[in-house]
Each structure stands twice: as structure tokens, then as C-alpha cells.
Design a binder for this molecule. Structure first.
Ligand code: NAD
Length: 348
């Protein structure tokens, strides 16, 4: 028994990752497409065996209500459109899987949670890393307690954003810059790994002043989260630095490094701990599983079993609350100046 998904938005993620990943799903299948470009939708539908009558555009979207094959609507549009399409899907009585970031603001995220609750449909946010085996293994190691208390986390998500004219540089369509797009992975991992909610945040933004892409949104943000246990997460995200997507946890009795923790593929995990007087370093090898397939199957299984998803709307809402605190901190917290130090020439 497979659950039917309607994909809304046929951009890069849908075409390059999600549609191919259905081939590895056990419980999910694509049954409908929603796109503003009919020729593209027809070609894609043909390729994936989707009926022509199950192609919708943004105006005819609400008639998905009359298509019983569609059980889940997967919203893969620019961030600023997630709120509208989640509300419309809920009104059509369909469960929603929504791409990250869930919305542009915490207020929108809250409305999405409430609308899905009122309509009696499930809402899941597509935090794929929470379905990826290496990240899950690292969390299991942390929770097992053998390495003691986690003290520090470092999480980086940087990639050069090459495509100049696109929605990611518009505040209305993206909600923000590197933070909601890629920094969110660091934030969500810090919460998911620790199982705690941050109680204090610190943040700094830096964007090149003369680059028109960064008039509305930030290029880079460094931020720090402090958790009740005393764990501190140091995070950074940027559209201006070469790709780096690693996560490290420093614990009392060892460390865990997950390379490419936030990448689509290519993860690895190294673990260090004291063995007698020596330091043992172990590399764990796990089978790679397509994390998009795992995530879509999870949603399908939740629908079939009537269970709540692992990353429900509330999870996305909490990330939005923290992101708003980070922006607020970046705006309001002035830097602490240091006196200029004379260079070596001046001291001679
Ligand atoms: P994209 O630009 O490649 O695709 C966006 C799609 O939305 C296009 O098909 C475009 O035609 C359509 N669209 C409709 N109205 C639009 C408008 N007003 N302006 C621009 N496009 C419009 O983007 P993408 O990279 O596929 O991202 C889509 C969503 O998926 C975003 O929310 C993004 O954050 C998320 N995403 C998630 C991951 C992940 O790993 N989970 C990876 C990439 C993107």
C-alpha cells in the first residue's frame, strides 16, 4: 500500500532529488504535480507515470480536493509561498509535508500549525537530516551517555550561492538569507542532537556592502546557542564561503565528528574516546540511505498508521522562534570595541 503525493513546485529540489528518490521509497509514490509551467509538468508527468488529469497549476490547485489519489501535498516552493499552499492544502483536506524553512516568520508557522490541526491533517516539516543514518547514529551515541556530557557543538553550513537572479535574495520570497536557508540545518541539528531548547542566543551578521544580492537578506551569520545543560553550540552559515557542511560534538570523554552532516550524500562519522591510556579513534561505516526517500516514507507511514510525524509543524515553529531571536540579537547587540593595537612597525 502506497500513499499518493502531490509535488507542488517543480524546481531543482523536486526535479533533481525528490522525484528520483520516489524510486527508493517503499510507501510513498508521486501521483500529482502542481506547476506554473504546463509543458514542464507534462514532460515530468510522462517520465514518472503520472496521469495528465493529475497536473494542476497554482490557480487550479484547490481542486486537488476532488482527487482521492492525493493524500499528501509536498510543498516545494520558495519559502514565502509555504504558508499559503499549506493552508490551501489543509482546506482541501490533505496532509502536508512542507519544505524547510517552514515559513517566513514564526507567526506564519503558528498559523500553519493551527490550520492543519483544525482541518485534522498532519503537518510535517522536511528536516531530512533527522532521517539520515549518520546523524541519527551520532544522536544515539550522544544519548547513550558513554561519552559523558556534551559540552560544545560546532556546526557549519556554507556554500557559494552562484545563481545571481533568484528568489533566495528576496526577503519576501525567502524570509531571510543564509540563516533560514542553510543555517537552519545547524540550528535544527543543535536542538535535535541535544534534545534541549536554547535559553540564550548570540548572533552576528556580515554581508558585502556593495553586492546588490545582499540588499535585502544576509550573506553570512555566525551564531551561538546556549542550552540549559550548559552545552554551547557555535554555528555559522554563509553564501560566500566554499562548501563545508560538518558537525562536531565535544563531550567529556570523547568527540564525534560527522563530515558532510548536512549534505545530500557523502556522510562519514568518526568517534574518539579514551581507551585505557590511549586515545581510540574509530570510523563508523553505515549504509548510505537516500534521506529524501526516508523522509517521504516516514510521512507515508505516519499517514498509514495515523501517527504523528517525527518533525511536526511545532518543530519548524520552534526553529522560527529561535531564528527571530537570532535576528533580533544581531540587530540589537552592539559590538564590544577593543582599542587599536599598534602594528609591529610602530612599536620598534
Ligand atoms: P527552485 O528555485 O529551484 O524552485 C522553486 C520552484 O518554485 C520553481 O519551480 C519555480 O518555478 C516555482 N515558483 C513558483 N512561484 C515562484 C516565484 N514567485 N518565484 C520563484 N519561483 C517560483 O528552488 P528549490 O531549491 O527547489 O527550493 C524550493 C524549496 O525547497 C525551498 O523552500 C527550499 O528551502 C527547499 N529546499 C530544501 C532542500 C533540502 O535539502 N531539504 C534543498 C533545496 C531546497
Amino acid at each position: 500500500q502506497r500513499v499518493g503525493f502531490a509535488l507542488v513546485g517543480l524546481g531543482r529540489l523536486s526535479l533533481e532529488e525528490l522525484l528520483p528518490a520516489f524510486g527508493e521509497c517503499r510507501r510513498a509514490r508521486p501521483v500529482a504535480l502542481v506547476s506554473g509551467t504546463p509543458e514542464k509538468a507534462r514532460a515530468v508527468a510522462e517520465q514518472y507515470g503520472i496521469r495528465r488529469e493529475a497536473i494542476y497549476d497554482y490557480a487550479s490547485f484547490d481542486s486537488i480536493r476532488d482527487n482521492p489519489d492525493i493524500q499528501v501535498v509536498y510543498v516545494v516552493l520558495p519559502n514565502g509561498m509555504h504558508h499559503e499552499f499549506t493552508l490551501r492544502a489543509a482546506r482541501a483536506g490533505k496532509h502536508v509535508l512542507c519544505e524547510k524553512p517552514m515559513a517566513n516568520t514564526a507567526a506564519e508557522a503558528q498559523e500553519m500549525v493551527e490550520a492543519c490541526r483544525a482541518a485534522g491533517v498532519k503537518l510535517m516539516v522536511a528536516y531530512r537530516c533527522q532521517h539520515e543514518p549518520y546523524n541519527r547514529q551520532a544522536v544515539d551515541l550522544l544519548r547513550a551517555g558513554e561519552l559523558g556530557r556534551p559540552r560544545f557543538m560546532e556546526a557549519m553550513n556554507t556554500q557559494v550561492q552562484g545563481e545571481v537572479a533568484q528568489w533566495r535574495f528576496s526577503k519576501a520570497l525567502a524570509g531571510g538569507g543564509a540563516l533560514p536557508d542553510i543555517g537552519l540545518y545547524c540550528l535544527n541539528a543543535a536542538r535535535f542532537y541535544s534534545g534541549e531548547e536554547p535559553v540564550e542566543v548570540f548572533a552576528r551578521i556580515d554581508s558585502p556592502r556593495d553586492d546588490p544580492r545582499y540588499r535585502e537578506v544576509e550573506e553570512s551569520m555566525a551564531f551561538m546557542l546556549r542550552f540549559p545543560s550548559g552545552l554551547i553550540a557555535n554555528c555559522a552559515c554563509s553564501y560566500g564561503a566554499h562548501e563545508s557542511k560538518d558537525l562536531r560534538v565535544r563531550l567529556e570523554k570523547g568527540w564525534i565528528d560527522v563530515e558532510n552532516a548536512f549534505a545530500y550524500r557523502g556522510q562519514s562519522l568518526r568517534l574518539a574516546r579514551r581507551v585505557g591510556k590511549a586515545e581510540g579513534i574509530e570510523e563508523r561505516r553505515l549504509g548510505q540511505r537516500n534521506q529524501f526517500a526516508a523522509e517521504m516514507d516516514h510521512m507515508a507511514q505516519c499517514v498509514l498508521a495515523g501517527r504523528a510525524p517525527r518533525t511536526p509543524g511545532e518543530e519548524g515553529l520552534q526553529d522560527h522562534r529561535v531564528m527571530e531571536a537570532l535576528y533580533e540579537r544581531a540587530r540589537s547587540g552592539g559590538p564590544v570595541g577593543l582599542p587599536a593595537v599598534a602594528g609591529p612597525d610602530a612599536t620598534r
